[in-house]
Design a protein around this ligand. Sequence first.
Ligand code: NDP
Length: 247
Amino acid sequence: NNQNITGKVVVITGASSGLGEATARLLSSEGATVVLAARRAERIEALAEELNGQGGKALAVPTDVTDRQQVKNLVDKAVETYGRIDVMLNNAGLMPLAPLDQLKTDEWDQMIDVNLKGVLNGIAAALPHMQEQKSGHFINVSSVYGHKLGPDATVYCATKFAVRALSEGLRQEVKPYNIRTTVISPGAVATELLEHISDEKIQAETKGFVDQIAVPADTFARMVAFAINEPANVDVNEILFRPTAQP
Ligand code: NDP
């Protein structure tokens, strides 16, 4: 029974691959309208075409989440096209693991800009609409690494701990507007996330470990669907999951 998913307008950042793409597919198949955002326009346009061809309702809006104005345009476009925004899924992120002493400061900046500021940009873009509607739902993506520190993951963990703090603060503040707030913290899921690790040795080691235990991206999509599908007076605040084999 997916009655609380059908008809909802869901904006998904990072919809061009991995968790975002899998979520777009699942929610679309359950009758949601999905607005797909990522930088790789050809990927989200192909996905939108595919979903529309299957009887779904999908719109691709090429977006760089580090650019506040682009994220505002994304959400405004969703509201202009479909009349409202029910869910803002702040999912775009990257994890270029490396020890601090390699001083990969460009990667530090990128993680802060995408994983942290990207979420803030999503909040800034969607909150005014949700306040006006007096309804809405933010779903932010943290990680198991938002709960504990991992090797070579200091900056990544810092951004994901921050996403949990932001989500809890947001939850407390948006009560008067009838807005729900969920933070989902996945463990190892098979996606393209490890492709952006620039240190070859760390990439190979991480892949060797993750490839053995990772669960499919659809696992995450089901968690999102669960949180959205709960009745409007139920606010699912935190979901933490991992492969059974993951420490
Ligand atoms: P992928 O690399 O498969 O997907 C990342 C997505 O983020 C892509 O769609 C990419 O699109 C998008 N993205 C990256 N930078 C930007 C940007 N500047 N603007 C817009 N979109 C951007 O990885 P996952 O699906 O695994 O990652 C999704 C989220 O899940 C991330 O926040 C990640 O930290 C989190 N996560 C993943 C886990 C896993 O094991 N896979 C575990 C825990 C958390 P494009 O390049 O086209 O812009």
